[in-house]
Every structure is written in C-alpha cells, then in structure tokens.
Design a protein around this ligand. Structure first.
Ligand code: SF4
Ligand code: SF4
Ligand code: SF4
Length: 281
C-alpha cells in the first residue's frame, strides 16, 4: 500500500497534466459538439503525460519521445493530411476569418495563454521544427549568442502578418488551397533555415533564438510562467555547469525572472540534472 502511494506521488505531475488536457478535451468536445477535440487533446495529453512519466523515471529519451509523438502528429496529421495550416500564417488566416478552429485554438493554448502556465514547454516538447533540430550535433551552443540577431524574429513576424493580410485585401479566391501550399513551403523553409543556422552558429537552437516568429508571442507570455526552473542561490557554488549545458543560454543560476534570456527557457531540465548541489529545481 505504502509503495503504491509513493509511486502515485512520484507520477502525480504526469497524472495532473493528463487530467488538465482531458478537461480541455471534454470542454471543447461539448462546446463545439465535435469529437475531434476529445481525440486530439486526449492524444496530446496522453503523450505529454507519458513523456513526463518517462522523464521522472530517468529515461534520457523522454523529451524526444514527446517531441516525436506530438510534433509529427501535428505536422503530418493536422497539417498535411487534414490540410490545416498550423503555422503562424494559419493563425492569422483563421483569426481574420473569425474562425476559432484548430490553428487558432492551438495558438491560444500552446503559444499565447498556455505559456502563462507552462512557459515555453511547447518549444521543449512539441514543436515539430525543433523535433528535428534537436537531433543535430550541437545540443550545447559552441559559440557565444548573437543577441542582436534576435531582431530578425520581428521581421519574420511582420512578413507573415503582411503576407496573409495582403492575400485578404486582394480578395484572392482559393485561399484555403494557397494556405495549404504556404504551410508546406513554410515548413520546408523553416527546416532548411534551421539546419543551416545550426551548422553556421554551431547551435541546434539558433533558429529558435534568431528567426522564429512565434517567439514574439512566446517570450513575453512565458516571462510570467507559473512553471519555471528555480535557483536556490544559497546552494549555488558558481561552477557554471548549468550555463554550459543550457541549450538556450539562460542565466539559470539566478533566481530572478529578469535573469538573462529567462524567457528562452524550454524546460528541458538539462540544468537541473547537471547541478552538483541541487540548487536548481
Ligand atoms: S522557438 Fe519556434 S521553432 Fe523553436 S521550438 Fe519554439 S516554436 Fe519551435
Ligand atoms: S537547461 Fe535549464 S534553463 Fe536551460 S532551457 Fe533547459 S531547463 Fe531551461
Ligand atoms: S550548476 Fe548549480 S551550483 Fe553550478 S552554477 Fe549552476 S546552479 Fe550554481
């Protein structure tokens, strides 16, 4: 009995995560009278819960498991088979149409309001672009971060907004089809740019740091994230191991939310594993 209780306690966060997604699944299923929402959110919640349970059990492949199961489902099933543009252009498109469907719901949950709760968990566990980039050889950046290049994300953001607004203003017919082709072309470009930047900067996550337009939403919202890596500065011996392993250059050995690159944290927990004094939690 005692053993059962301790196992339950150990995996409590995974159970709660699953229940959270199941609540959203049931609410949307009833509100929209569409079984898709029940299946979609149950699947994503199930993968996340299983992934976090694997992480708790110490399996080093846990994060890749979630990235591959959730990321490829969204890319292949929602994007390619169901023809739903899940990229930022799709968000603008459905928003301008006043449609609260997959892409707008996805942005609201994963990238706009969700980060208030789980920060940039999307970037660490579900993004289909990073799902591929994280297999490249530079898990830890080998060169100093080029802070100024971060401006490019705003350029990308403006380009995507202008492109979709332009299509609407020109009253182009067949927009659904154009959005689908834009999704395919956009993803191909993201993968090519992501892989090239990773090799140029010797950093798997260079695309996330400099070019990804979604970070314009993600960064300010995740500043307030409830879930975050804390640092007990009294326990820190300034060995810098956490800084060396962090893929996102977060100054994680400071507790303040204002720590450098604090809104870049993807909750991969490499730092907590590396800390010799358990100062990070
Ligand atoms: S920053 Fe962009 S590309 Fe990188 S993981 Fe997040 S959403 Fe994906
Ligand atoms: S190593 Fe730590 S600070 Fe860096 S991204 Fe991962 S969880 Fe965040
Ligand atoms: S790894 Fe731990 S002890 Fe070392 S600098 Fe980071 S927080 Fe401090």
């Amino acid at each position: 009995m005692m053993r059962k209780n301790s196992v339950l306690r150990k995996y409590m966060s995974s159970i709660l995560l699953f229940l959270l997604f199941e609540t959203v699944a049931i609410m949307l299923w009833i509100a929209k009278d569409n079984l898709f929402y029940l299946l979609n959110f149950s699947y994503i919640g199930g993968c996340l819960a299983l992934g976090t349970a694997l992480f708790t059990a110490g399996k080093h492949y846990a994060r890749h498991f979630v990235q591959l199961t959730v990321g490829s489902y969204m890319l292949l099933y929602l994007g390619i088979i169901s023809c739903e543009n899940m990229q930022i252009e799709g968000f603008w498109y459905y928003l301008f149409q006043g449609v609260f469907e997959a892409a707008t719901i996805h942005y609201a949950v994963a990238k706009i309001f969700g980060p208030l709760l789980f920060g940039r968990g999307w970037c660490g566990y579900a993004c289909w672009t990073a799902m591929v980039l994280d297999f490249l050889p530079y898990k830890q950046p080998k060169k100093p971060r080029k802070e100024k290049l971060g401006i490019l994300r705003y350029v990308m953001f403006a380009v995507s907004l202008t492109m979709v607004s332009g299509l609407f203003l020109m009253k182009i017919t067949n927009l659904e089809k154009i959005m689908f082709w834009m999704f395919l072309a956009g993803n191909a470009l993201y993968y090519i740019a992501g892989i090239m930047l990773a090799f140029i900067f010797k950093d798997n996550r260079a695309f996330c740091k400099y070019l990804c337009p979604v970070t314009v939403f993600l960064k300010p919202m995740s500043y307030f994230s409830l879930l975050r890596v804390h640092c007990n500065e009294n326990k820190c011996v300034h060995c810098s191991k956490c800084l060396q392993v962090c893929p996102m250059n977060v100054e994680v050995n400071k507790e303040s939310r204002k720590r450098k690159n604090g809104t870049e944290c993807i909750l991969c927990y490499e730092c907590t594993k590396a800390c010799p004094t358990k100062a990070l939690y």
